[in-house]
Design a protein around this ligand. Structure first.
Ligand SMILES: C[S@@+](CC[C@H](N)C(=O)[O-])C[C@H]1O[C@@H](n2cnc3c(N)ncnc32)[C@H](O)[C@@H]1O
Length: 255
């Protein structure tokens, strides 16, 4: 075991405080605008929203700034939620936070819309578990409600395999990210080397790049009605060349 391995941490624990540095390139305003457009198209009267895998809450903050929703944001990482709670408090935004594993969404309360964005589903590497995510999201929606989730695809991993490694810093936090994609297993493994207050740690993240065909099959086997699979950030139909796909699924009014 190497020195770094001894300090390896579960995904999204030690990374939490530096996650927004790693994601500094992401335009969450653009992401939120797209989701608002999708809502206009697919659920214009949506009020109660549950976001799964919300991370440090960046998307929740922008969406909730619109001020129209009753918004619950969730993640299974308490560390990510702690950062998200802090940010919402600072901006005085009414967002409820809950620790939820999105493979097992509680159904005692039902929502108009459930969101799972920025690769959350890719962290589910077993397709049977993806089926579990779909079934539990379905049960936590009101009849007629919609589940909007995105996925990163094999095309994304293949087209950008040269550009994944990067580094960045903010104060006492520094990261080095190295990433490898195995086209045969379609597993995408990212190793974060984190330097925090002079100590080095690692986090290993494994994701699976599902093909459109595979995800379409899983959706059809689920209790949902598939409404659309969009080529990322557009209203064009997704193809196997799409690098990101936004799926919109509806819980049928009956059944
Ligand atoms: C790539 S991050 C995306 C975070 C956020 N959606 C964003 O746009 O920045 C993936 C998130 O999914 C969460 N996650 C992974 N597996 C999860 C699970 N089974 N249940 C709940 N959250 C999970 C991680 O903790 C992490 O915050």
């Amino acid at each position: 075991m190497s020195k770094d391995d001894k300090r390896s941490a579960p995904p999204y624990t030690l990374l939490a405080d530096g996650y927004d540095v790693v994601m500094a390139h992401v335009n969450y305003v653009m992401w939120a605008d797209y989701i608002l457009d999708v809502l206009k198209q697919h659920h214009p009267t949506a009020d109660e929203i549950l976001e799964l895998g919300c991370g440090t809450g960046s998307l929740a903050l922008v969406l909730q700034s619109a001020g129209r929703f009753s918004y619950t944001a969730s993640d299974f990482s308490e560390e990510m939620l702690a950062v998200a709670r802090r940010k919402a408090r600072q901006e005085r935004l009414p967002i409820a936070f809950e620790q939820i594993d999105f493979r097992d969404v509680p159904s005692h309360r039902q929502f108009d819309v459930i969101l799972l964005l920025y690769d959350g589903i890719n962290y589910v590497v077993d397709s049977l578990e993806v089926a579990r995510v779909l079934a539990s999201a379905h049960d936590a929606l009101n009849p007629g409600g919609v589940f909007i989730f995105d996925q990163s695809t094999p095309a994304n991993s293949l087209n950008h395999s040269d550009g994944f490694d990067d580094t960045g810093r903010d104060g006492d936090f520094r990261y080095l990210r190295t990433s490898r994609y195995d086209a045969e297993t379609r597993l995408h493994t990212t190793l974060f080397r984190l330097d925090i207050n002079g100590k080095t740690h690692t986090e290993r993240h494994v994701q699976r790049a599902y093909s459109l065909e595979e995800m379409t099959w899983l959706i059809h086997a689920s209790p949902f009605e598939s409404e659309a699979s969009y080529d990322g950030f557009s209203f064009d139909p997704a193809t196997e060349q799409s690098e990101r796909i936004h799926h919109v699924l509806r819980r049928p009014l009956r059944g």
